[in-house]
Design a protein around this ligand. Structure first.
Ligand SMILES: [Zn+2]
Length: 327
């Protein structure tokens, strides 16, 4: 038995943080690998398992949830493969951390196989979790484990289209997948191309792929307790008050996260749409914010208030109607 070629899935996390966003997208996993040959779809490595049923043991205990998600993605992909939990002694695949405690910016899969190219056992080595780094964050780990399990199954890198087997990642999506909003990650985990590769080796049928994107943080919370009253001492003045909600936190690696704001607007008749402007809160979370708006003339007006989270996403509007009396 000899050691299989080590497929290093590398990217320097420390460099990553310092690199500008554009460079971040194109940083390769495999630093020293020569340019891959042109191919229009999945590429197979030179080994395979005798069956697609692979008993595994996860020694990367703090990443148990990420391992489960990545395993589930493969087990439900439609390819005839099944990663099944086993004791360490019975496992053919062991998933573990790098020896160092730091967030190392690379992972790798190492199969051990014989002359017949049949894998006897394999190892996946991943970085330790670190919330402040996209590659080592929970989301980055799920994607990198799904990628490494692809290598374990016998897939090589695919660099011509969006695939989890792309050779590079931003931490939140494989490099060739379409750009996404800064509050999203590519939670689909396996693209059709990846599953087609596994189906080619182990049989099965590519199942319909789940939705591609999920949010990193829950939707923005709306304001509560909205009141609006005509101020008889101010021409067309409407005094508005509402309570500042607590917003879901942006992950610590999101450098573009900004101040939370609110957007209060009034319109005669129908409620005003979302405006591109936001006002700064002058009260802490849970405090009652007041502001003054101005009507356009006598008659009913709709006041709409939206809270914006650190990603500048607007919440659902809170609305209330006020009637400005004729002079
Ligand atoms: Zn790789």
């Amino acid at each position: 038995m000899r050691a299989g070629r080590i497929l290093v899935l590398a990217l320097a996390a420390s460099l990553l943080l310092a690199a500008p966003a554009a460079a971040r997208e194109s940083r390769p996993f495999d630093g020293s690998a020569a340019a891959p040959p042109a191919h229009a779809s999945f590429k197979l490595a030179e080994w395979r398992w005798r069956t697609g049923r692979i008993p595994y043991f996860n020694a990367a205990r703090k990443s148990g949830k990420a391992v489960k998600q990545a395993v589930k993605a493969w087990n439900t992909s439609g390819a005839r493969v099944k990663f099944v939990r086993a004791s360490r002694s019975r496992a053919k695949l062991v998933i573990r951390y790098h020896a160092t405690r730091r967030c190392l910016g690379f992972a790798y899969a190492q199969p051990y196989y014989d002359q017949s190219r049949r894998v006897a056992r394999a190892e996946v080595v991943i970085p330790r979790p670190r919330a402040s780094n996209p590659f080592c964050s929970h989301w980055g780990q799920v994607l990198v484990i799904a990628h490494e399990l692809g290598h374990v199954l016998g897939l090589d890198h695919e660099s011509r289209r969006c695939a989890t087997m792309n050779p590079a990642t931003s931490g939140l999506k494989p490099s060739e997948c379409p750009e996404q909003a800064e509050w999203q990650w590519r939670c689909r985990l396996l693209e059709a191309d990846d599953v087609r590769g596994a189906v080619r080796i182990y049989g099965g049928k590519v199942k319909r792929r789940p939705k591609p994107l999920c949010d990193l943080a829950g939707p923005p919370a709306p304001v509560t307790g909205l009141t609006a009253a005509v101020n008889p001492d101010v021409f067309m003045g409407i005094d508005v008050s509402f309570t500042r909600p607590e917003q879901p936190k942006a992950p610590p690696f999101v450098s573009s996260a900004s101040q939370e704001t609110y957007d209060a607007a009034v319109a005669p008749g129908a409620c005003p749409p979302e405006s591109p402007y936001g006002a700064s809160w002058t009260v802490p979370v849970g405090g009652v914010q007041t502001t003054r708006l101005f009507g356009a003339g006598p008659g009913p007006h709709c006041v709409a208030v939206r809270a914006r989270d650190a990603f500048r996403r607007a919440s659902a509007p809170a609305t209330v109607t006020v009637v400005i009396p004729a002079p």
